[in-house]
Design a protein around this ligand. Structure first.
Ligand code: 7TS
Length: 404
């Protein structure tokens, strides 16, 4: 394992206080904190190397381009892509899924076709498909789950048919923490000729990911959830499939030649990257990936598994505790309610004690409703959280609950 105290020193924000108490940051599923290395790499680029990429003969532009394209290779290696051409930079998971929903639907979907998602999707993996369905007339089908928060694979098998063109599923639920068996689900999709998209927003920060092992056609994730900067994300796509999709946005960077008669588009991955890319963001993301790679994704996963089990064990001693999501395969997210206390009150009072959690519907309204509620509290863990933070959180929770 890694040295937790040493690691925590890499994240200056963890030293701050909130309401005169040490910050205990347990909202990592929303966004993670940034190590010094990431912020400093970005500052260094702005201070020493800043210039627009892919267009300059001058030294700064060439150096900035080198950093940007090196970042693409770092991402490709991190997720096991066959080639850096399969890595498209976007603003985040949301934009990555919108890109696929929009272009894939345009290329392949019409009336009579079906796209399958699951009940536990974030709105980012529901709404883009609804918008595309409205334009192209295909149907959206939904995989149900059991009360533990595990997808019903028999129901999934029954949903698949010759009408199914694409399946798009979260690898890890941002509410329940359920780790879905995406490798098995991708094989099932492929066996009926459908493509498979993995929403990796909550898995890439926590598990070793290999797109070739999963055998997915697309993977979407966000930089800011994996200790990188905000505003940068990734769409991985199988090269032959990306090649068959039309461009998403038009503009500079994505063209070969433009005339008023005919415009031709650049090769992958630039075809999907209209406009000046966030080249400082990509360098920051690559630095974050280097950071977690040095710690080891398997070590990070083991540490967070320990925290999750420990937290649930400690939390379950509080009277009235109800967990949402008790799947056998569960990652670093614990959603809960206590008795009839409104989660907003829990969250607000915990904040007064220095503890940051999230409350609400977590941008997954259909799931939260399936769980029989409108709102939940959620604690989510990252590589820098400790067992003593869990103790302090549970102690604070006990105090808050005793007020009601
Ligand atoms: N998919 C999943 C599974 C997510 O958890 C999120 C963000 C997204 C997509 C969208 O990512 P974005 O970076 O494009 O916004 N989830 C959360 C959350 O749980 N709390 O805040 C954001």
């Amino acid at each position: 394992m890694y040295d937790l105290e040493q690691v925590r020193r890499d994240f200056p924000i963890l030293e701050r206080e909130v309401h005169k108490r040490p910050l205990i940051y347990l909202d990592n599923a929303a966004t993670t904190q940034k190590p010094r290395a990431v912020v400093e790499a970005m500052a260094r680029e702005y201070y020493t190397t800043n210039a627009n990429v892919h267009r300059g003969v001058h030294t700064l532009s060439q150096q900035a381009t080198d950093l940007h394209e090196a970042a693409r290779r770092t991402v490709a290696h991190f997720i096991g892509a066959r080639s850096a051409n399969e890595v498209v930079f976007t603003r985040g998971t949301t934009e990555s899924i919108n890109l696929v929903a929009s272009t894939y639907a345009q290329a392949f979907l019409s009336e009579g076709d079906e796209v399958v998602v699951s009940i536990m999707e974030h709105h980012s993996n529901i709404v883009p498909w609804q918008l595309a369905a409205r334009r192209h007339g295909f149907k959206l089908r939904v995989i149900p789950m059991n009360d533990a928060g595990e997808l019903d694979l028999d129901a999934y098998a029954a949903l698949l048919s010759e009408h199914t063109k694409l399946v798009s599923v979260a690898h890890v639920s941002n509410v329940l923490g359920t780790i879905n068996p995406v490798k098995q689900m991708a094989a099932m999709a492929h066996s009926c000729g459908a493509h498979f998209l993995v929403d990796g927003a909550q898995s890439v920060p926590h598990l070793p990911i290999d797109v070739q092992d999963i055998d997915c056609d697309f993977l979407a994730f966000s930089g800011h959830k994996v200790y990188g900067p905000t505003g940068i994300g990734v769409l991985y796509g199988r090269e032959a499939l990306l090649d068959r999709l039309p461009p998403y946005q038009g503009g500079g960077e994505m063209i070969k030649h433009v005339s008023f008669e005919e415009t031709t588009f650049d090769a992958l991955p630039f075809k999907f990257e209209a406009g000046t890319p966030d080249y400082v963001g990509t360098h920051g993301l690559a630095t974050a990936i280097d950071y977690v790679t040095v710690l080891g994704m398997d070590h990070i996963h083991r540490h967070e598994q320990d925290l999750t089990h420990y937290a649930m064990e400690q939390m379950s001693t509080i009277e009235g505790m109800h967990f949402y999501g008790t799947a056998a395969a569960k990652d670093a997210v614990v959603a809960f309610n206590v008795g009839s206390i409104h989660p907003l009150d829990l969250g607000t009072l915990l904040d007064r004690l220095g503890v940051a959690i999230r409350t609400g519907h977590h941008c997954a309204e259909p799931l939260v409703r399936r769980c029989g509620t409108e709102s939940m509290a959620r604690a989510s863990f990252a590589l820098y959280n400790t067992r003593s933070e869990v103790d302090a959180f549970v102690e604070a929770l006990r105090r808050v609950v005793s007020m009601f």
